[in-house]
Design a protein around this ligand. Structure first.
Ligand code: ADP
Ligand code: MG
Ligand code: MG
Length: 254
């Protein structure tokens, strides 16, 4: 069972010629098969956590540790992290002009599995995964994220998740901007990989809506660069009713 352990993680960025601390000591353990929701107001540092885990060069780890099964993640390059079993679905997926979805997926799968998937088998695998996500097969020949609608971008992230089968997946606001139908399809995909492949999920979200479809084992409230409260699914209900005000204005993050 893979375990991601984040201990006292501090992360800074350079902004306006100054170093700004965004993450101020994050502690979190995610095991394969578990779902953790991270919920917090805009600007609290949720995406910074996702980027730091993925190894984005703009985010400097200034303290703390991140390990996956005891291996030092922070020492790994971005592609080593992916091969180790970490997956990030970005809040704002980037366009990759000139690269088709089909090529992109096969290249990624080859890199992660260590060998090219057998073509016949692979074509079938992709086709079935796309069907489950209600994606038009023609989509495979489009360039990655170029002109994709919000919903198409998020479905494409979940398609990657289903095909690449990571140990730990970080999904950064995969729910934002989705209509109810797309939200359900995307959520079903997340639930499938959890139920089949024992993926551990860090579900970052601003809204409680997605938690009607994806049941978290734990909910963590994120405010001002750290987790300020953790609890079961009932904590999401409390947030739904009361919002984040208590955490932002109150003494929780002082
Ligand atoms: P969230 O995802 O919770 O909305 P972010 O992690 O995107 O929060 O941002 C947290 C804070 O860090 C914000 O004040 C944001 O402006 C700042 N920040 C994030 N990334 C950068 C960056 N690359 N350069 C400068 N400031 C950044
Ligand atoms: Mg964000
Ligand atoms: Mg503080």
């Amino acid at each position: 069972m893979a375990t991601l352990e984040i201990r006292d993680l501090h992360v800074t960025v350079e902004a306006d010629n100054a170093t700004k601390e965004i993450l101020k000591g994050v502690d979190l353990t995610v095991k394969q098969g578990e779902t953790h929701a991270i919920m917090g107001p805009n600007g609290s540092g949720k995406s910074t956590l996702a980027y730091a885990l993925a190894g984005h060069p703009k985010y400097t780890v200034s303290g703390g540790t991140v390990t996956l099964d005891g291996e030092d993640v922070l020492e790994m390059s971005v592609d080593e992290r992916a091969r180790a079993g970490l997956f990030l679905a970005m809040q704002y997926p980037v366009e990759v002009p000139g690269v088709s979805v089909s090529n992109f997926l096969r290249t990624s799968a080859t890199a992660i599995r260590g060998e090219a998937p057998k073509l016949r088998h692979w074509v079938k695998e992709v086709k079935e995964a796309m069907q489950r996500l209600n994606m038009d097969p023609a989509f495979a020949e489009r360039n990655v994220n170029e002109g994709f609608s919000g919903g198409e971008k998020k479905r494409h992230e979940i398609l990657q998740l289903e095909l690449l089968k990571p140990k730990i997946a970080v999904l950064d606001e995969t729910d934002s901007g989705l209509d109810v139908d797309a939200l359900r399809v995307v959520s079903e995909g997340v639930n499938r990989v959890r139920d089949n492949g024992q993926v551990g999920t860090l579900l970052i979200t601003h809204y409680t809506r997605i938690l009607r479809y994806i049941k978290p084992d734990q909910v963590h409230v994120f405010a001002d660069g750290r987790i300020v409260e953790s609890g079961g699914p009932e904590l999401a209900d409390k947030l739904e009713n009361e919002g984040y005000e208590a955490y932002v204005k109150g003494g929780a993050s002082a």
